[in-house]
Design a protein around this ligand. Structure first.
Ligand SMILES: C[S@@+](CC[C@H](N)C(=O)[O-])C[C@H]1O[C@@H](n2cnc3c(N)ncnc32)[C@H](O)[C@@H]1O
Ligand code: SF4
Length: 429
């Protein structure tokens, strides 16, 4: 109740909107893409070999025949966009999931080849992977597809925590998988780790941090365990005897990781990620505007946000019938566009005021200057005339802010879209 009140008041101040309601409406795509010269692409692969109890992402169990139909559907979706964006520069390409490596031999290469034919891709490809898939042969296949930045979902480096998360490998096994990837000459190997796990101690966090540095990875993305109410963990954790973290323990755990990574010459490259000095960062779509392909793919354009249906069968059927798989869309007012832009730039921990001016034609200080001064006095950020840089303290409080907004947004929007492939509308409270 209290959280809801803060959320709605903050939303009103930032976006000037009382309610945010996504509607079942396909936006005019010609109009959406006409003024865009550069964009990113996100491709969603919604398959996994097992369903983890904590995971909020849109996925279902992998079946080779469904993956083959999915491949055809994604190629058809690419065709629908080729006239609209074929000659625009794609400057960021990210394959996420689910588990993209489930489709290594059932269509992923075909989809990529097709995307390269239809779009003007001028960037490296970043892709997520599951540790159990990283045997030597598969790593060769991944490299041969032109993937230069690879992320591995390691999640924990103590067997008891891997067990709590129901991850299907041991610490010994996962270290070997990471070692094989690190020796493979990717531009950047990122490892995902989840901290603030049930019953996790500070000592275990410290152990995991040092182990990651020793494993020679280029980047670590460290997420606190988020509890999504529609996941299995979300339904059972409150009733269990496990000790869960609070804001204070999370802050201390993150502080331990910060000390270890800064001490090992890593720099902070996003709210969650630490990257070895001199290595380009691994990350999701980096440009402000992007097109999302696949089931649950979301597209964020200048004045509209839209989402594909989450149901894989409905996504495939829509494209087989020659329909667009878009389930919901939201027109973005200027205040919402600015808030969205700011949210993602802050996520990268720093941004230039001139980029705000280039996007909105307005002076950053005029719009947000009155908030910058007090935040700077509180030590949350540094205002360097032309650039805003978040401090570690500011980044931590952004975590808390994430908890308040993003988790609620995901719980509502993704939760509803998982239950209903084509909802009439979804209201975010
Ligand atoms: C799509 S998964 C990674 C690729 C692959 N599916 C795997 O599990 O190895 C993306 C990442 O999100 C993070 N993640 C998933 N659920 C989370 C949660 N409830 N809280 C925090 N991080 C989570 C994990 O670190 C995970 O590696
Ligand atoms: S964590 Fe990864 S493997 Fe597990 S269900 Fe989520 S996407 Fe699939």
């Amino acid at each position: 109740m209290f959280k809801r009140l803060i959320r709605s008041n903050l939303r009103r101040v930032i976006t000037k909107e009382k309610n945010i309601i996504l509607k079942r409406k396909i936006p005019s795509l010609d109009k959406c893409y006409q003024d865009i010269n550069e964009l990113g692409i996100y491709l969603h692969i919604p398959f996994c070999e097992q369903i983890c109890p904590y995971c909020p992402y849109n996925k279902e169990l992998y079946k080779p025949d469904v993956a083959r139909r999915y491949t055809k559907a994604v190629k058809a979706e690419i065709d629908r966009y080729s006239d609209l964006i074929g000659n625009k520069s794609v400057s960021s390409f990210y394959i996420g999931g689910g588990t993209p490596t489930t489709m290594l031999y059932s269509g992923l290469a075909e989809i990529l080849e097709h995307a390269f034919k239809r779009f003007t891709i001028q960037c490296d490809i970043h892709m997520e992977s599951h540790p159990n898939h990283l045997i030597a042969n598969n790593l060769n296949t991944i490299a041969s597809m032109g993937i230069k930045h690879l992320s591995i979902g390691v999640e924990a480096l103590q067997d008891k925590h891997l067990k709590t998360l129901n991850r299907p490998y041991t610490v010994e096994g996962v270290k070997k998988a990471v070692e094989r990837a690190v020796n493979k000459n990717f531009t950047c190997v990122n490892v995902d780790i989840i901290f603030a796990l049930p019953d996790q101690t500070y000592y275990e966090i410290e152990q995991a941090g040092h182990a990651l540095v020793e494993m020679g990875v280029d980047q670590v993305a460290a997420y606190p365990l988020f509890i999504f109410r529609y996941t299995q963990l979300g339904k059972t954790l409150k009733k269990s005897k496990h000790k869960v973290s609070n804001l204070f323990t999370r802050r201390k755990m993150l502080g331990i990781l910060e000390n270890i990574f800064y001490g090992a010459n890593f720099r902070r490259t996003s709210v969650w990620a630490f990257t070895r000095s001199g290595v380009p960062k691994y990350c999701s779509v980096t440009v402000p505007l992007y097109l999302g392909l696949g089931g649950s793919g979301g597209s964020y354009l200048r004045d509209v946000f839209y989402l594909n249906t989450f149901c894989v069968a409905e996504y495939i059927k829509a494209l087989e019938d020659g329909r667009m798989p878009i389930a919901l869309s939201l027109d973005l007012s200027e205040a919402m566009q600015m808030a969205g832009w700011l949210y993602w730039r802050i996520y990268e921990t720093r941004f230039k005021k001139i980029d705000f001016k280039a996007r909105f034609g307005k002076d950053f200080n005029e719009i947000y200057g009155r908030y910058v001064k007090p935040l700077s006095l509180l030590g949350f950020l540094k205002d360097e005339e032309d650039e805003i840089i978040l401090s570690d303290k500011g980044i931590y409080w952004l975590h808390a802010f994430e908890d308040l907004f993003s988790i609620n947004y995901i719980n509502t929007l993704w939760g509803d879209l998982k239950r209903e492939p084509w909802p009439a509308e979804v209201a975010i409270q």
